[in-house]
Design a protein around this ligand. Structure first.
Ligand SMILES: NC(=O)c1ccc[n+]([C@@H]2O[C@H](COP(=O)([O-])OP(=O)(O)OC[C@H]3O[C@@H](n4cnc5c(N)ncnc54)[C@H](O)[C@@H]3O)[C@@H](O)[C@H]2O)c1
Length: 395
């Protein structure tokens, strides 16, 4: 704990799903948290949700009552942005809207000290653009937690082109002090996780649309052969088809319509029909009141050649995306692999997986797909091709 300018006081803006989770993380580590929301209802809900979570942790004997009281006492719920004035670090977790976030940032800057870091938990907006709303844009940084923030180890740190080295260093040190694994990402659409994970959904939807297999078979292949905890369709139902579709569309537009990120009509129609997944009781699967899938009669045996073909195709598209992120210096190879295992629970890092499968295998599989479809979507990353030629491996 011998940091220069240690972060003790944390201001959080927005007490929704992410805000309260981040507050719990900071308060558990001993920081004083001021949690601000414009809605009293949202604040009440956040208080109740934290109380429930801490009670469950007591039941599981992960914390005791004293610890619960300490965490709760570290959090003040405030209803004016002015109450964040003493913060060393502020993290904004409000609605995903650039104009609203910019307005909140410039308001906030008029109250906080010159050394206060102003961070955003945005999943998709440009940090450079958010930073431009500040007089001192070098204090702005992206600090992207995953849901649920207290459980997911990964935090992506996204410096904008304006961000100072000191702010980057202080942010990383603080998050590590809070027990998080940090992956530093370039300020580009989807950062690491929301970019590299796109083919898990996109290629699975494409396989379904081509009539190669049904949802349950594709999910079964990814779980049984790949060891993924949830199949792509289960996961889309879990995230919500509306939310997942919007992320895909945002990433697609932000990449100037690169066909690799093209959204799917299947998902668009599901979203339009209100078949959003678990939260509406119907998505790719039907759900009971407890959110459990009502058993699917189409469940196939998963050890067939078809399952292997499906798994290989989705995996190689994921590997290709991870390799291309490395090729374009979005993050280091270690951070790319950590991001997928610690942010979205992938069973293995994708670059490590590429080593295991063999770089030749990856290039050949991508070329087979390209030869079959002649679509730019299936272009092999130049990095993989170069590595094959030079007989190299990742790491
Ligand atoms: N939910 C996720 O899985 C997830 C994961 C990572 C990042 N994010 C990002 O985190 C941010 C918050 O997402 P969320 O899911 O927690 O949203 P949420 O809807 O659960 O909560 C947002 C809260 O912000 C409050 N709010 C809105 N405008 C405000 C303002 N001007 N000032 C103060 N409070 C205001 C709302 O009352 C609400 O309580 C978004 O930028 C989102 O993209 C979400």
């Amino acid at each position: 704990m011998n940091m220069i300018n240690q972060i003790n006081k944390v201001g959080i803006i927005g007490s929704g799903t992410m805000g309260i989770g981040i507050a719990q993380v900071a308060a558990t580590s001993g920081c004083t948290v001021n949690l601000f929301d414009t809605s009293n209802e949202a604040i009440d809900k956040a208080k109740r949700s934290l109380e429930n979570i801490l009670d469950r942790l007591i039941e599981k004997e992960r914390i005791n009552t004293e610890e619960k009281n300490r965490i709760q006492a570290n959090i003040n719920y405030v209803n004016s942005i002015k109450d964040l004035k003493d913060s060393d670090l502020t993290i904004e977790a409000i609605v995903e809207n650039l104009d609203i976030k910019k307005k909140v940032f410039s308001d906030l800057e008029s109250y906080v000290s010159k050394d206060c870091i102003i961070a955003s938990n945005t999943s998709s907006l440009s940090i450079a653009s958010l930073a431009s709303s500040l007089k001192h844009s070098d204090r702005c940084i992206g600090i992207h937690f995953f849901n649920p923030a207290p459980l997911m180890k990964l935090v992506e740190v996204i410096p904008a082109i304006q961000t100072s080295e000191t702010v980057i260093k202080r942010s990383i040190e603080t998050l590590e002090d809070w027990g998080k694994v940090v992956a530093v990402a370039k300020d580009t659409p989807g950062f690491i996780v929301n970019r590299v994970a796109r083919p898990y959904y996109g290629e699975s939807l494409r396989i379904y649309e081509e009539g190669i297999a049904d949802f349950a078979t594709i999910d079964g292949a990814m779980k049984t052969i790949g060891g993924f905890r949830m199949g792509p369709f289960e996961l889309m139902d879990f995230i919500g088809n509306d939310v997942n579709y919007t992320v895909t569309e945002t990433v697609f537009k932000a990449f100037y319509y690169d066909s690799r990120y093209k959204p799917s009509f299947t998902q668009k129609r599901m979203s339009e029909a209100g078949y959003l997944g678990r939260k509406t009781g119907k998505g790719y699967y039907n759900y009971d009141e407890k959110g459990k899938i009502i058993s699917n009669e189409n469940e196939n045996s998963h050890n067939t050649d078809l399952s292997q073909t499906i798994f290989n195709r989705v995996l190689v598209m994921l590997i290709n995306e991870a390799a291309d992120a490395l090729f374009l210096n979005i993050a280091t190879s270690e951070d790319i692999d950590n991001a997928m295992t610690k942010g979205v629970n992938y069973p293995k890092g994708l670059l490590a997986w590429a080593n295991e499968k063999g770089i030749d295998w990856c290039v050949d599989k991508m070329d087979e797909l390209y030869d079959e479809y002649h679509e730019d979507r299936y272009r092999c990353s130049p990095l993989l091709r170069k590595m094959k030629k030079e007989n190299k491996k990742f790491f």
